[in-house]
Design a binder for this molecule. Structure first.
Ligand SMILES: Nc1ncnc2c1ncn2[C@@H]1O[C@H](COP(=O)(O)OP(=O)(O)OP(=O)(O)O)[C@@H](O)[C@H]1O
Ligand SMILES: [Mg+2]
Length: 539
């Protein structure tokens, strides 16, 4: 269908006159065919063209205001809409797709992009599906999928205001990673119990996917000891037995780095932690918590002022909480369990609905630190083993709390594990999945270095300006970002091979889960049938 005619082309911008009756929407892709080349363009905004004089506007608007009929002579010559678009790709005669190197001639027609053209852009060839291509508010039947192996080490940034669909995206991504059957791993911290079963009745979670029995590790207060957690799913008429580990970490398994990499300790306090570790060995945290400051002062050979001991004790107490998660003599070590699952390509879901802010921080730090450390040392010591490790993505909700502008480099506050991963994780296949409502509060380097960005509806100017300023392809995206509805996103992912900001309707998790459930059921049944046949042949 014809959408219009090119009336201006300069640099990578194309303006076209919108044809009478054509429906053109912001974010929509269209094409211009000229001398054997196809230019794929993306509509970014609109501008009316008017050759009416101010006097005519005054007369006509006044008439229209009174409800009188308006008759405008030569209307189509003097008043029309133009759409402003950017050329996002050029497809040459041989089918080669690349960035634009020329512009279409004036007055060439602009037409709708066909499915075949859309497929040539290779938005669907990645292995982590996240949604559908979207024209305006209407999804099109072409899937958008990220390329896990390339995108994960380069970090993901998910931004959006309240209720924009961040958690829904998190669940969709987790489902895609789970369905990749061990190719990648993902660590999720879920403080609102949203991921396992969804956040309210009628929603779904990772437990609904049949593959969760094999590829999910749940770390949760729901089980007293390692084993499988039985979950009834009446809406599917099924039950799952999901591998689970208690949300417990023995204090004796904590190392000083687990604390220092929270970024909460000053240099003298850090020294005290190491000194205590040297003095008390495995019992060091218990000793710091229970011995009084005077006793510690003398046990530590009077090397540390009592004041520092007091402050450090208070911080350690804040981070370890009341003993529910960080326990004495319980013998559990959730961080090691998480690491071992990560190395086998699992989705590790850590549920922390009752944790305090301090406990959450220490938990996230000690899990992320172990994963990073293990990947880093394997790469250095046993590169061939490291090669076999799946790339891992570690999620951080409220990322501005860990990667805030003020959080680093000023006064007493120190580097933390997530800023380390943001800077150095890429080399070791450790990526961060940073989720925040306030990207303007993030360190600029983090916004810049996250090469995959999922931009959901973001109402405030400083927030979307930060994103636009530090991402490719978003220069003209302001108008679209402001008008995104719930679940709609602009996706930038250079590692996935996307050459422009793709307008995406993120799958609604429940819809996506239903297709995956069907698919996985069939795969599992086929697998079981093959195994039975194999057995029979052996007999
Ligand atoms: N892609 C989508 N398609 C359809 N509905 C969606 C989509 N994304 C989110 N929603 C709906 O919007 C609601 C809010 O989504 P979600 O909880 O993911 O938002 P959020 O950004 O995480 O919000 P918060 O800031 O409160 O954490 C959900 O009830 C969900 O059903
Ligand atoms: Mg949320």
């Amino acid at each position: 269908m014809k959408l219009g005619v090119v009336v201006w082309a300069e640099g990578t911008e194309v303006r076209f006159r919108v044809a009478e009756g054509a429906r053109v929407e912001r974010g929509m892709l269209a094409k211009v065919e000229d001398r054997g080349r196809v230019y794929v363009i993306r509509v970014v905004d609109f501008k009316p063209e008017s050759l009416l004089s101010p006097a005519e506007v005054a007369v006509i608007s006044s008439k229209a205001g009174r409800g009188d009929g308006v008759l405008l002579r030569d209307r189509d010559l003097r008043l029309y809409d133009t759409a402003i678009a950017t050329i996002v790709a050029q497809i040459d005669e041989d089918g080669e797709v690349h960035g634009p190197t020329s512009v279409p001639a004036l007055f060439t027609p602009v037409v709708e992009l066909e499915r075949r053209d859309l497929e040539r852009l290779k938005l669907h060839t990645g292995d982590l599906p996240i949604g559908y291509v979207r024209f305006g508010h209407a999804p099109v039947d072409v899937v958008v999928a990220l390329d896990g192996a390339r995108a994960i080490p380069h970090h993901f940034l998910v931004v959006g205001g309240t209720g924009a669909g961040k958690s829904n995206f998190g669940r969709v991504l987790a489902a895609s990673v789970l369905s990749a059957r061990g190719r990648y791993s993902l660590v999720l911290f879920d403080c609102e119990n949203e991921y396992l079963l969804g956040s309210k009745p009628g929603e779904m979670g990772l437990a609904h996917l049949p593959l969760s029995e094999e590829y999910l590790l749940l770390i949760t207060h729901r089980v007293p000891r390692p084993g499988r957690l039985r979950i009834e799913l009446p809406e599917l008429g099924e039950e799952r037995k999901i591998p689970a580990y208690p949300l417990k970490m023995d204090l004796s398994r904590l190392k000083p780095s687990d604390f220092t990499l929270t970024g909460e300790f000053s240099a003298p306090q850090e020294e005290l932690l190491w000194l205590a570790y040297k003095q008390f060995g495995e019992e060091w945290v218990s000793a710091l918590l229970s011995a009084d400051s005077r006793t510690l002062y003398s046990r530590l050979s009077r090397l540390v002022p009592v004041n520092t001991i007091n402050v450090t004790k208070r911080k350690v107490k804040h981070l370890t909480g009341d003993g529910d998660i960080f326990c004495r003599d319980c013998g559990y070590d959730l961080a090691t369990a998480a690491l071992s699952a990560v190395q086998r390509g699992r989705v590790v879901l850590i549920e922390t609905p009752f944790a305090t802010e301090g406990e959450e921080k220490l938990l996230a730090t000690c899990v992320a630190r172990r994963v990073f450390h293990a990947y880093e040392s394997l790469r250095k010591e046993f590169p061939e083993k490291w090669e076999e490790l799946p790339p891992v993505l570690i999620m951080v909700e409220e990322a501005h709390r860990y990667l805030g502008k003020q959080a680093l480099g000023s006064g007493d506050v120190r580097e933390n594990i997530f800023s380390v991963i943001a800077k150095r994780g890429r080399k070791y296949k450790v990526g961060g999945l940073y989720i925040t409502q306030m990207p303007s509060e993030l360190m600029e380097a983090v916004v810049r270095q996250a090469l995959t960005k999922i931009v959901l509806s973001l109402p405030t100017k400083p927030d979307y300006t930060t994103i636009i300023n530090h991402s490719p392809y978003l220069d003209d995206a302001e108008a679209e970002i402001k008008t995104l509805d719930r679940g709609e996103a602009l996706v930038v992912s250079t590692p996935s091979g996307f050459r422009f900001a793709v307008s995406v309707k993120i799958f609604r998790y429940e819809d996506y889960a239903r297709t995956l459930i069907e698919l996985q059921r069939r795969e599992l049944e086929a697998g079981a049938a093959r195994a039975a046949q194999h057995e029979k042949e052996k007999i």
